[in-house]
Ligand binder design. Sequence first.
Ligand code: MSP
Length: 518
Amino acid sequence: MPAERYYITSPIYYVNDVPHIGHAYTTLACDVMARWKRLSGAEVFFLTGTDEHGQKVAKSASDAGMDAQGFTDKVSKNFRDLAQAMNYSHDQFIRTTEPRHTKASQAIWERLAANGHIYLGSYSGWYAVRDEAYYDESELKDGPGGKKIAPSGAEAEWVEEPSYFFDLSKWGDRLLKFYDDNPDFILPATRRNEVVSFVKGGLHDLSISRTSFTWGVPVPGAPGHVMYVWLDALTNYLTAIGYPDENADTFKRFWPADLHMVGKDIVRFHAVYWPAFLMGADLPPPRRVFAHGWWTNEGQKISKSLGNVIEPNEIVARYGLDQLRYFLLREVPFGNDGDFSHRAVMNRINGELANDLGNLAQRVLSMVNRNCGGKLPEPGDLTPEDRALLDSAHRLFDDVGKSMDVQAFHEALETVWVLVRAANGYVDRQAPWNLRKDNPVRMGTVLYVLAEAIRHLGVVLQPFMPQAMGRMLDQLAVPAEARNFASLGRALVSGTTLPAPQGVFPRFVEAEAGAAAR
Ligand code: MSP
C-alpha cells in the first residue's frame, strides 16, 4: 500500500514585526501534527514561511528607513531563527518575494482571468492596512476622532482606486454546498458556523488589485496594478509544491492540502476566499482549515504598544523548549483562547512534567539501575494488575490518535496523562522497593511492566516534546529505528543494559530562575 500523504501548512507570517508567542503557537501546532503523521508512516510535507508584500510591510520598511526588499530579508530571517529555536520540522520555508512565487501568483491570476472571474472596476470603500482586509461600513465601529475601527481593533481608512475584482458574489451557493458536503472542512464547529453565516449573509465581489503602492506581485498585463496581498499570500500553498506546473511530482502528490492551520482572525481568507479562488482556477480546495484561538499575556491582549509581547526565545530560555511546547498545547482546548501566565506554566511544569512523568521515569529507571545491575529485568508471570497497565499502554496510540485526527491536542495529552497517573498509582501499590529482598522475580516483573509503559509514553509523546522524549527513550535503550508507531509492538528486550538514568524534567524553582517571578 502506498504511504498516506499529508500536506500541512502554517500561515506565512507578515514580516512587519518580530515573532511572538502567537506566531510560535500556530507553527507549533503544525509541527506536532507533522511529526505525528511522520511517525505514523505518512509521507509528510510541512510548509511555513513569510508573507512579504503589501502595504503593511511596505510601511514598516519605510518606517525603518529601509528599502522593502532589504527590510524583508532582515525580518524574514527572524522567523527562520524562530523555527530553529522551536525545533520545527518543516520541509520548506517559503518567502513570497521569491521569483517562483511571482510566477505562481501570476499563473493563478491568468487562470482566473481566462475563466472569466476577473473584471476591471474601481474600489471605493474601507480598508484596514493592519489586517490587509476590506470591510463593509456595517462591520465598522466609530472610534475616537471620527476614526472607523474594524472588529479586530484595526483602524480602517477610506480607499478609492482603480482595481480588478474577483466575482466572489457568484460563489455563495457553491461555497455553502462545499461546506455542506465537507462537514469537517472548517474546525472547530464554532468557526464553521461563523463562516457559514458570513457566506449566507451574501458575498460582494472582492477587490484583488491595488494601484496606490507598488510593493507586490505585478498584475500580468496591467501596469500600475499589484495583486491584493491575500491572493498573493494564499497562493504560497501552491507555489511550494511546484505550481503552476500541475504535473510536478510534488504538486501531484500533495495537492489538495490536508490541513491549513490558521488563527481565528484569518479564517475568512482561508475558508471563503481561498476555496473560491481555487475552484475558479479549476483546482480542488484544501481538505481542512483549523482555526485556533488567541493567547493573552497575564490576562491582557498581546500587543507591541502595550509592551507585553512574549518573545519565544526568552520563554524557551526560562522554562525549557519542550516544557513550552507542552504547555502551549496542554493548557487550553485547541481552538479556544488561552492565557499565558507564569503561574500556569509553572504549575504544568512542576505538576505534570516534573512530578508525574519525570518522577515516574526517574523512579523506575533508578531502581533498574540500582537493583537490577543496570539491566532490564525479565518479566515473570503477569498479574491482572500488570496486564491492566500493559493493556492501557498498548491502547495508548489508538486512543491518542482519535484526538490527533481532529487536532484536539489538549485531549490527546489528557489521554496520555491518564496512563501516566495509572502507572504512578501502580508503582505506589506494587512498591517494588519492598520486593527487592523477598521477591526479586516479582520486582523484575513490576519494573519491566513499568518500563514498557514508559516506552509507550515516550514514543507517543515524541511529536509534542521531541528532545525530552528522545532522552527518555535513550535511557530505555530503545533503538532509533524502533521509535515510530509501527514499532510500538516491539517489546523491550530483557537483559538490555540501560545507561545511567538522568532526570528529564527538572522542577522549576523560582529562586534559581532569578527574574522569573516577575
Ligand atoms: N500573513 C498573514 C497570513 C497569511 S497566510 C496565507 C498573517 N500573518 S500574521 O503574522 O499576522 O499572523 C500569523 C498567525 O499568527 C495567525 O494565524 C494569527 O492567528 C497568529 N497569531 C498572532 N497573534 C496571536 C496571538 N496573540 N495568539 C495566537 N495566535 C496569534 O495573518
